[in-house]
Design a binder for this molecule. Structure first.
Ligand SMILES: [Zn+2]
Length: 343
C-alpha cells in the first residue's frame, strides 16, 4: 500500500478489538447484461490484413489517431462504438485514423450466462505494455496480440482507449502521470457534456496499461494517450458516453493534437490522484454499502468496508472511491482511494 506522507489523517486499516455482532450486507450480485454484444464479424477481414484493425487515411498528412476498444473482451460497449465508426467513417481532412478491436478473440468467447469469463483468454491485456514484456520471450494470447497491434500504437499521436467498469461508476478519464497526456485528458474532460473527472496514478503493480506505453507516458515523447472509463459495461448509458466522447475527439483533432484543447462550450475539469490501493486480505472483504465508483466520502475515518477482522477507513476528508470491486478475491484490489489535486 502506498501513500503520500503528510496527506494522511487517519489509518486506512484498523484491527477490530472486539468482534461485533453487526450484520454485513450480502455480497453484491453481478449487474445484468442489458446492452447486448455487437456483431463484429466484419472485423475478421480488414484493410490492414490484421483482424480487428482498420485504418482510414486522408489525402493530406496530419496527426495519427488511434481509438482502441475491447482490450477487455467483455467491455463491448466500445465494440458498438467501433463498429459504428467502421460503418460510417468520419470525414478526415488530414492524417490517419486507426480503429482497433484489441482483444477480438476474447470478445468472441462472451456468453451472457458467464459475462466475466471473456475479460481475457490468458492474461489481462491492459497490463502487458511494458517494453521489457513486449520485447521479451514470454508468450500468451494477449502478449501475441499486443505485439501484433503495437506498430499501430507506436505511431499514434493521439490514443483514446475505451473501457467500462463491472460495477456502477461515474464515468471518468484516466491519464498517465505525464503532462502531455494529462493535458489531452483535460482537453476532453473540459468539453461540456463529457465526463469531467480525470484520475491519474503511478500505474498498476500488475503491469503497464496501454496508456502507459512509452509513446504516451515516457518523460520525453510525442504521443498523448488517455483512457475513458465510460460507466457500467452493459448499460446503454455507457455506450452514449463513449459515443459522445469519440464524437468530441474526432471533431477536435487539430486542437487536441496541437494544444490539447477542444473548441465549443467548456466545463470545469476536475483532477484526482490515486493515493492508495486497498487489497483484500481476507476472502470476505465486504463494503458497508454498494458504493458507486466516484463517490466522495466527506470525512476522514469513515468506515467503508470490513475485511476479516479489519475495518477499512477513509484516510482523509473528501476521499474519492475509484472503481470499488464488490467481489474481490483474496489478494485482489478492492478499491483505489483518490484525492482531488490542483490542476
Ligand atoms: Zn477495461
Amino acid at each position: 500500500m502506498s501513500c503520500k506522507a503528510g496527506l494522511r489523517h487517519h489509518p486506512i486499516r484498523l484491527r477490530k478489538t472486539v468482534l461485533s455482532e453487526e450484520l454485513f450486507p450480502q455480497r453484491a450480485s453481478i449487474p445484468p447484461v442489458v446492452l447486448l454484444p455487437p456483431d463484429l464479424s466484419a472485423w475478421n477481414v480488414t484493410n490492414t490484413d490484421i483482424p480487428g484493425v482498420i485504418t482510414f487515411e486522408a489525402h493530406a498528412p496530419g496527426p495519427d489517431l488511434v481509438i482502441t476498444g475491447l482490450l477487455h473482451g467483455n467491455e463491448f460497449a466500445s465494440g458498438h462504438v467501433l463498429e459504428r465508426l467502421r460503418r460510417t467513417p468520419p470525414i478526415l481532412t488530414s492524417g490517419r485514423l486507426t480503429l482497433i478491436v484489441a482483444n477480438l478473440e476474447a470478445f468472441k468467447c462472451f456468453q451472457v450466462r458467464q459475462p466475466l469469463a471473456a475479460r481475457y483468454l490468458e492474461e489481462d491485456m491492459n497490463r502487458v505494455w511494458n517494453t521489457h514484456r513486449l520485447r521479451g520471450s514470454e508468450t500468451s494470447h494477449e502478449l501475441r496480440r499486443a505485439r501484433e497491434i503495437e506498430p499501430f500504437i507506436r505511431r499514434a499521436d493521439l490514443l483514446l482507449d475505451l473501457h467500462s467498469t463491472l460495477w456502477p461508476s461515474e464515468a471518468f478519464f484516466i491519464a498517465p502521470h505525464v503532462k502531455r497526456s494529462m493535458d489531452f485528458a483535460a482537453g476532453l474532460a473540459s468539453a461540456q457534456g463529457l465526463p469531467s473527472a480525470i484520475v491519474s496514478d503511478l500505474g498498476h503493480q500488475g503491469g503497464a496499461r496501454l496508456i502507459e506505453y512509452d509513446r504516451f507516458a515516457a518523460t520525453v515523447g510525442a504521443g498523448r494517450g488517455c483512457l475513458l472509463e465510460a460507466g457500467q459495461h452493459w448499460q446503454p448509458e455507457t455506450l452514449r458516453t463513449m459515443g459522445q466522447t469519440v464524437e468530441v475527439f474526432l471533431q477536435n483533432i487539430e486542437g487536441l493534437h496541437l494544444h490539447a484543447k477542444t473548441g465549443g462550450p467548456q466545463q470545469t475539469a476536475h483532477s484526482f490522484f490515486v493515493t492508495d490501493n486497498v487489497v483484500a486480505r481476507s476472502a470476505d472483504f465486504t463494503f458497508t454499502q454498494l458504493w458507486e465508483g466516484g463517490t466522495t466520502i466527506p470525512h476522514a475515518g469513515t468506515v467503508i468496508a470490513h475485511d476479516g477482522r479489519d475495518v477499512i477507513c477513509t484516510p482523509y476528508d473528501d476521499c474519492v472511491l475509484i472503481i470499488p470491486n464488490h467481489r474481490p478475491h483474496l489478494g485482489q484490489l478492492a478499491v483505489r482511494l483518490a484525492r482531488r489535486t490542483a490542476w
